[in-house]
Design a protein around this ligand. Sequence first.
Ligand SMILES: [Zn+2]
Length: 436
Amino acid sequence: MSSAPLLVVGRVVLPDHILERGAVLVDDGRITAVDRRSSLEQQLQQRQPQVGDGARPTVVDAGDGYILPGFVDIHVHGGLGADFMDGTAAAYETALRAHLRHGTTSLTPTTTVARHEQIVEVLKRTRQFMASGECGVGSGEQKASAHSPLPTHHSPLLPRVLGAHFYGPYFRYEARGAHPGQAIRPPVEREYAEYLDYADALATATIAPELPGAEEFAAACRRRGVRLNSGHSWCSFEQMRAAVGWGVRHVDHLYCAMSDKSRMRQFQSYPMQGGLLEATLYFDELTTEVIADGKHLSPDLLQLALKIKGPDRLALVTDCNRALDMPEGEYSIGPLDGGERLLHRDGVGLLPDGSALASSVNGMDHMLRVMLAGTGRPLWEIVRMATLTPARIIGHDHDLGSLEPGKRADVVVLDEKLHVKRVFVGGAEADLSLPR
Ligand SMILES: [Zn+2]
């Protein structure tokens, strides 16, 4: 690939500070240098004093805004009307495009409780998008054009698909939240052996540890190199201690659809015991995530999670459903055929009777702004929770998640109010307009 290098200048958000008057140099899809703008420009001049215009870097100026690594979302269901569980290539492209517009450049399509063949279909589709998107480009298209000074891709440039987050059907029935009840089931080898045939396309798998067969499922996942989460569970603290022993290392949406001391009291009046919530906060082996949409969790709960887990063990996720950037009204979570109804109202997803929350309707840029306002922590620390921390949780931090030389050039430019202005995947600029 011989396109001209790209120089993105402005306030560069690094994992541990903000580099004012900084610059990120991109060449051939990778970040090649991060430094003060003046020294990078000097280096470039010295390197090639009399080259033609074609090799001179194209400058993207963030002005008073910020330059960030692209967001990494490890729990996301859909957007712009599409759910990954719809299973079609068109639905994948729509949902991926929806989140690209909000600064997400890598994600794990997250399954929901559904019939066996629907889940298999989604794992198949995930594998296909992983293969076609090696350069962050969607099905069938090449990456940067060699002739354009600033490669701009229209519809095919999509976020990277890092593998599926296998999420459901192995939930506890009472902790299913917004998921349909009739398809919830305990793990049975005959069934999950078929899912594990797609181990290469599985980023992580969720299990409620108290289900019969959970330990065997965990062992089978480990043998195939699939990471393990716990969630949608009313397990006790001690059951979670055992699950950590099986290799579970991450817990889905802290505080949501999980047991705590009060819940456990309905099974044992004394001594009081902890549940999944307390265990998640306690075990250093466990990372977790929050839905910081301003609707699921109050600022005090965000502060508590961050204080105890710290920014390297707490990720921001969207848990966003298909209603992202869609009008208020009725939608479904999960497949159109057999999914559960939900309302998009008041800036969140709700059960049809309005009695409980049912996933979010926001992109990662919104989560960043809410977490920042709710915790008062420095911007670079909050950004890390949407980039490097989730990348590490699913094992991609060697390649993604921060603006460091050698990593893929997934770069997001935000304005000073932290709204997305421009998005680059592998150094190519994405088209952020709404699809027709
Ligand atoms: Zn979810």
